[in-house]
Design a protein around this ligand. Sequence first.
Ligand SMILES: Nc1ncnc2c1ncn2[C@@H]1O[C@H](COP(=O)(O)OP(=O)(O)OP(=O)(O)O)[C@@H](O)[C@H]1O
Ligand SMILES: [Mg+2]
Length: 234
Amino acid sequence: MINTTVLEAKNLSRYYNRGSEVVKALHRLNLQLKQGQAISIIGRSGSGKTTFLNQVGCLDTPTSGSLIINGTDVTNLKEKDLVEFRRENIGFIFQLFYLFPTINVYENVELPLLFAKKRNRHKVMEVLEIVGLTAKQHLLPKQLNGGDMQRVAIARALINNPKILLADEPTGRLEKNEKEPIMNLFTKLKNEGLAIIIATHDLEQAKYCDLIYELKDGQIIAEHSKVEGIKLKG
Ligand SMILES: Nc1ncnc2c1ncn2[C@@H]1O[C@H](COP(=O)(O)OP(=O)(O)OP(=O)(O)O)[C@@H](O)[C@H]1O
Ligand SMILES: [Mg+2]
C-alpha cells in the first residue's frame, strides 16, 4: 500500500568505546521512511552514514532507541530471528560490490536464494531483467565494467523482495559515465514502490532522492528537498 511507513527510527543511538573515549556514531536519531520513497544520507566522512545503514540493515544493534522496520521492532529480535528478518526485508548494496569472482552473473544473483534453500529460476531471471543484465547472465564478474558489477549487486539485493534497499556509496567506485544509469535504476525501483536509503558524500547522487538528510556527529542537522545550495558543514 502506498504511504505505508516501512521504517521508523526513534532516538536511535550507537555509541562505540574507543579506549576511555565514547564515540557517538549515532546520537538520538529520528527518521521515517515510506514505501516508494528514496532518501539520501549525506555528511562528511565519520558523520555516521554507514553506522546508520548498518543499523537499518540489522547488521548491528543500537546502544539505545528503537528501530521499527515493517511493523517489527528489530531491537527486540534475537540474533537468529534477526538474520531471517534481514533476509526477508532488507537488500544491501555496498560500494565494493562483493561479487564472487569464480561464478557467473546468474549464479551471483541466485546466491541468497541458495542460502535460504529456495532455488527459483523465474525470480533470478526477473531481477536480471529489471537491472538489464539478461544478456550478460553467463559472464564472470571480471568480464564486466563497474556499472554492470553494481547491477549484479543490485539484482542480488532484490532477489528476496526486500521492503527496503540500502546502498552505501553505490557509485563511489564507478566511472563518471556509469553513475547516472545506476541512479536511474534506483529511481525506477523507487517508482515501483521500494523504499531506498542511499548514503553518499557525493551531492550529485543525492539529487535523485526525495529527501536529503544531512548528518554531522551522528545527528541529523538538516533536512533538504533539493541539493542546490547545500554546503556540507565541516
Ligand atoms: N566499529 C567501530 N568502532 C569504533 N568506532 C567506530 C566503529 N565504526 C565506526 N566508528 C566511528 O563512528 C563514527 C561514524 O563512522 P561511520 O563509518 O558511520 O561514518 P561515515 O559517515 O560512514 O563515514 P565515511 O564517509 O568515511 O564512510 C566515526 O567516528 C567512526 O570512527
Ligand atoms: Mg561510510
